[in-house]
Write a protein that binds this ligand. Structure first.
Ligand code: HEC
Length: 182
């Protein structure tokens, strides 16, 4: 009887874990064109702008700092043509922020990397055909320091609704990028 009870409770304890496994997708290895750049973009690319997303209590400073990068040739092409050339990669870092009272005032700065978003310009739909491609871009998010394993199954579910407000700017939040102003 005692054994029976133990077996039952093990089975019950196992259930939620199995249910969770079933709803968690297997790791997705991203299409190579969507990977986080293997070169050191922090030193070699141009940081075109940054966003500070405030904490629920704004006096606490920023909850996150977002830093956005693009490589120099792609930037020059954009400034010349006013459009992103095919293959242009935009990397957005999401940093958990820290806030301190510095000699400038209450200042928030990048602390730990939460993850990175990558968009790749695909104006003619030639770079990929799967669920991470569409509306002129390839789309993926990489948690933490990850560069190849994404948790983005579909850009329609995971990205598009939030980028719709920037639809008439090619889905990019251009207002935040001084380096792209022409
Ligand atoms: C909660 C809403 C939200 C979701 C979900 C979201 N984004 Fe964004 N994204 C934004 C906003 C707003 C900005 C600009 C402001 C900021 O970063 O705070 C932005 C900026 C970006 C940028 C910098 C270029 C630009 O558009 O200005 C990239 C790259 C990016 N997102 C990729 C993605 C990808 C890929 C996904 C899906 C995996 C995604 N985003 C999902 C809201 C979102």
């Amino acid at each position: 009887m005692k054994l029976f009870v133990i077996v039952l409770s093990i089975a019950a304890a196992g259930l939620p874990a199995r249910a969770q496994m079933a709803t968690h997708a297997d790791p997705i290895e991203v299409e190579p064109v969507l990977e986080v750049p293997s070169e050191d973009y922090r030193t070699g690319w141009v940081q075109i702008g940054a966003f500070s997303v405030l904490a629920d209590t704004p006096a606490d400073g920023a909850h996150e700092i977002h830093a956005v990068f693009i490589d120099k040739p792609a930037l020059e092409t954009y400034l010349r043509d006013g459009a992103f050339a095919e293959g242009t990669k935009i990397v957005k870092e999401v940093w958990g922020a820290r806030t301190e009272d510095l000699t400038t005032g209450r200042a928030s700065y990048a602390d730990t990397l939460k993850g990175r978003f990558v968009m790749v310009a695909d104006p003619d739909g030639k770079l990929g055909a799967g669920p991470r491609f569409g509306d002129g871009w390839g789309w993926a998010f990489f948690p933490g320091e990850e560069t190849r394993i994404t948790d983005t199954e579909s850009y329609r579910d995971g990205c598009l609704a939030c980028h719709e407000p920037a639809r008439d700017q090619g889905l990019i939040y251009l207002q935040g990028y001084p380096a792209l102003r022409r």
